[in-house]
Design a protein around this ligand. Structure first.
Ligand code: HEC
Length: 475
């Protein structure tokens, strides 16, 4: 049992202890007061079922909001709808009771028992007994899994000692010598879409977010495994994180069709590039950091100047029907970008144009198009020396190629369903894959031999005492 696991068990034990010791008192207390009406357990379910459909924050006509206790207490146009201790003076009771109740509007009235629950709850003081949200993933309080999570990102640290893997609300760090789980980096973002180390290995950058809520970039100190900062941006999950060469800036793609560049020091948004016409999934910086390249669903590979944030060039000929781009990667030392996606063909481009565009819009920057993959391309990685690259594909295959002559060096089954992420060990002899089935597989790149396969997260048996977070798939 490793350290983090035992810490989890201690928390579980404390939790169970509290439950056993305190629950008799709670019950006794309830009985003594004739069992008070619980807002959380009895009123909220009725509000959710019969009222929330019209009285929620997104409804432009709705004045009263019932989705939180604070809103409900505040009331609507007519002022407070609830006067604690005085049900007969409370507007809400007037509206839900009587022969033809006004609320819920045009719907089946609440039952007499339900109206009575509201009345008693208000008479007893209209108290809020909502339990504190168990949202604080403090150290030791790790997410638990009853089903394997989809792995959307993996990355070897530049020194090769660590393999970082995306989980639900966390990044899991494995020791590459024995593949033991050595640390868990828990944050607020539910989804982790992208993992990337700075070249010096001192910072692990994480991009993700909570769908329809916020995007988040987390920077973790790799020496201490502590969060340096979490930067919020956009209102949705963000993708394709990259660091500028000096690590002073981060770029990432957004579902609102923008690419954003933030300054790491003061978290200021330096660029909000809006020249794409669909979701942006990938960003990379040029080797000198003067430009970035972005790509996504609109099939375009765009070159942008960092100092001005202005569009410079379309790197590919996006009128050729190449399909949506899911992923891009930069050659470790050259200004070359590999793009791939829907049409299964890896294409390597020069980032900077050397030949003038012609009327036929020839793919002038193209260095090489490689053989078609067995499924749409979901993940890429270059080896540290830049001599090879790997692909991860829908269908579960992963392949390794020579960059120079395009020769296929290995072809492996990296996942049962689909590989979403690949990473080369810095010594170049091992490739790790992750994808839909939640397993990490490590292959020998020369022979294609499977060296190791393990579940990316500890799986709890279903029905365990702790809260089970059911993990959903990626987009
Ligand atoms: C089908 C839509 C609908 C449903 C369902 C509904 N309401 Fe309403 N409610 C309205 C509308 C429309 C108004 C008048 C506009 C307003 O005040 O928001 C209103 C007004 C109210 C008001 C007065 C708010 C104010 O502005 O002062 C209260 C209190 C209220 N509703 C309570 C409820 C309760 C409690 C339920 C559930 C048991 C409920 N409503 C279900 C549509 C609905």
């Amino acid at each position: 049992m490793n350290k983090s696991r035992s810490r989890f068990m201690i928390h579980l034990a404390v939790y169970l202890f509290c439950f056993v010791v305190w629950s008799p008192f709670v019950t006794a207390d309830n009985h003594a007061s004739g069992s008070a009406v619980s807002y959380h357990a009895q009123i909220v379910p009725i509000l959710k079922r019969s009222c929330q459909g019209c009285h929620h924050p997104g409804d432009p006509n709705g004045d009263l909001i019932v989705t939180t206790y604070a809103h409900l207490k505040r009331g609507g146009m007519a002022g407070e709808a609830i006067i604690p201790g005085k049900p007969d003076e409370s507007l809400i009771i007037k509206l839900i009771s009587g022969d033809e109740p006004a609320m819920p509007q045009n719907m089946e009235p609440l039952s007499a028992e339900e109206v009575e629950l509201f009345r008693r709850w208000i008479l007893e003081g209209a108290n809020d007994d909502t339990p504190d949200e168990v949202d604080d993933m403090a150290e030791g309080n790790y997410p638990t899994y009853t089903v394997p999570p989809v792995v959307s990102a993996i990355a070897y640290s530049p020194d090769g000692s660590t393999l970082a893997i995306s989980g639900f609300r966390e990044v899991l760090l494995y020791d590459t010598t024995n593949f033991e789980l050595k640390a868990r980096l828990v944050g607020k973002a539910h989804r982790i879409e992208s993992l990337t180390y700075t070249t010096d290995g001192k910072i692990l950058g994480v991009a993700g977010g909570s769908p329809a809520q916020f995007g988040e970039i987390q920077l973790w100190d790799t020496a201490t495994n502590t969060l340096i900062k979490a930067m919020r941006s956009s209102y949705d999950t963000v993708y394709g994180l990259s660091f500028s060469p000096d690590a002073s800036r981060v770029a990432f793609g957004c579902s609102d069709q923008t690419v954003r560049v933030l300054s790491v020091a003061d978290e200021k948004e330096l660029i909000k590039f809006d020249n794409h016409s669909d979701w942006v999934f990938g960003t990379i910086f040029s080797t000198d950091g003067s430009h970035f390249v972005s790509a996504g669903r609109d099939t375009a590979l765009k070159l942008v100047e960092v100092s001005t944030g202005s569009f410079v060039d379309d790197i590919n000929s996006s009128n050729k029907g190449y399909g949506e781009i899911n992923t891009i990667a930069r050659h470790p030392t050259e200004d070359q970008v590999l793009s791939g996606g829907e049409d299964r063909i890896p294409r390597l481009y020069k980032i900077f144009r050397e030949i003038q565009r012609d009327v036929g819009n020839t793919d002038f920057n193209l260095i090489q198009a490689y053989e078609a993959q067995s499924g749409s391309i979901e993940g890429y990685a270059f080896s540290a020396d830049g001599s090879q690259f790997a692909t991860g594909c829908a269908g579960g295959e992963a392949r390794v190629y020579n960059v120079e002559d395009g020769k296929r060096l290995a072809s492996v089954q990296g996942d049962a369903v689909g590989v979403f992420a690949v990473s080369f060990h810095p010594h170049g002899k091992q490739l790790a894959t992750g994808g839909f089935d939640g397993k990490i597989r490590v292959f020998d790149t020369a022979s294609g031999k499977l060296l190791n396969a393990f579940m990316s997260v500890p799986i709890e048996p279903a029905g365990s005492e702790d809260v089970a977070l059911v993990v959903t798939g990626m987009t």
